[in-house]
Design a protein around this ligand. Structure first.
Ligand SMILES: [Zn+2]
Length: 344
């Protein structure tokens, strides 16, 4: 490590292929805390930022960084890698915790108040970005369940679409504001989140490795790549959340005494149209009251989105669901899935 930007973030300038260890595990061990890695580009007048591991259990982006550093290639423009939740990733068992149980989720901390540890890390990184004025930022994540890759952005202009097209062919445009890093688009730094696929999917690591490799060699990333793939764009998803005291199970049949049971293979519904006759799971006595689905106007729309027949849960209108999780901890602490109504 070369120096510390503050006591919170290490800065590592131009590490060579031999400095980062032989494996992703050795690389992680050498980081110890949130780290900024700076590389000189062929064009030193511009900078791009790739952010990874804001969630400690989402390793695809770190694989991409490791792979790039091992290659010893020089990027087209100055490049900054930010590796966020290092402590959470290091906590035993490695790459298990999204964030340390005693701390807030780092990717909800990029807005005031910046008082606690992850808040201060987020603030230090935002200060760095303000100084650096990068031309774009790509924040690489994994979904907790398996599913196709996609990107998320708060903007849907051509610049953001072009950035997305270097990584995936599906874009979710959201007006939700949660304090995530992609909200930097509001400060004139085109920023996208790339969800590469499930945390355990080899395919997700490959997507991150290959697309970062291509991306960093391009001179102009705001130009559409030559491909006939069309970008599918979905607007304004809502978060289908569970109320705090709700109990959840994943099983092939309803579990007695539990508020909601979901089938083990529920993630197969990711990004397909879920019609009103497709069963999502089973509900206990509380019925739809388990859910909290807040519209963009701040209204609870659970009853408009979901219906129950006997103990069976169905969508009330056709939806596209994504980021469906089969991890009960994330289902409770974050959300069960995101939904977009098919009427738009
Ligand atoms: Zn994430």
């Amino acid at each position: 490590m070369n120096k510390s930007m503050s006591s919170l973030i290490n800065v590592w300038i131009q590490p060579g292929p031999d400095d980062i260890g032989h494996s992703i595990d050795e690389f992680l061990s050498r980081l110890k805390q949130p780290t900024i890695i700076q590389l000189a580009g062929l064009d030193a007048s511009r900078t791009r930022v790739i952010s990874t591991l804001l969630h400690g259990n989402e390793p695809s982006g770190l694989h991409a960084v490791f792979n790039w550093l091992k290659s010893g290639k020089q990027p087209a423009v100055n490049t900054v890698f930010f590796i966020g939740a290092v402590a959470a990733a290091l906590e035993h068992p490695r790459f298990f915790y999204r964030h340390l149980p005693s701390e807030r989720d780092l990717n909800r901390c990029f807005k005031e108040p910046f008082e606690d540890y992850p808040g201060l890390v987020a603030k230090s990184f935002l200060d760095f970005l303000k100084e650096e004025q990068p031309e774009c930022l790509i924040d690489i994540h994994n979904t907790s369940g398996s599913g196709p890759a996609f990107a998320v952005s708060i903007c849907n202009d051509l610049a953001h679409q072009a950035l997305v097209s270097h990584f995936v062919d599906r874009l979710i445009v959201t007006n939700l504001r949660l304090g995530s890093l992609m909200e930097l688009s509001e400060q004139d730094v085109p920023t996208i989140t790339v969800e590469c696929g499930g945390t355990q999917d080899e395919q997700a690591h490959l997507l991150a490795i290959e697309s970062v490799d291509r991306f960093l060699l391009l001179d102009d990333v705001f130009q559409y790549p030559a491909t006939d793939r069309e970008l599918e764009i979905l607007y304004n998803p809502v978060r289908v959340e569970l109320k705090p005291d709700v109990t959840i199970a994943y099983n092939i049949a309803p579990v007695e005494g539990v508020d909601i049971t979901l089938p083990l293979n529920i993630e197969h519904l990711n990004f397909g149209v879920v019609d009103t006759d497709i069963q999502l799971g089973w509900l206990g006595e509380r019925g739809i009251d388990c859910f909290q689905v807040v519209s963009h106007e701040g209204k609870d729309i659970s009853q408009e989105l979901l219906r129950v027949e006997g103990n069976q849960l169905f969508p009330k209108q056709p939806v596209k669901a994504f980021m469906i999780t089969t991890n009960p901890i994330i289902a409770k602490s974050d959300c069960l899935f995101y939904a977009v109504t098919c009427q738009g």
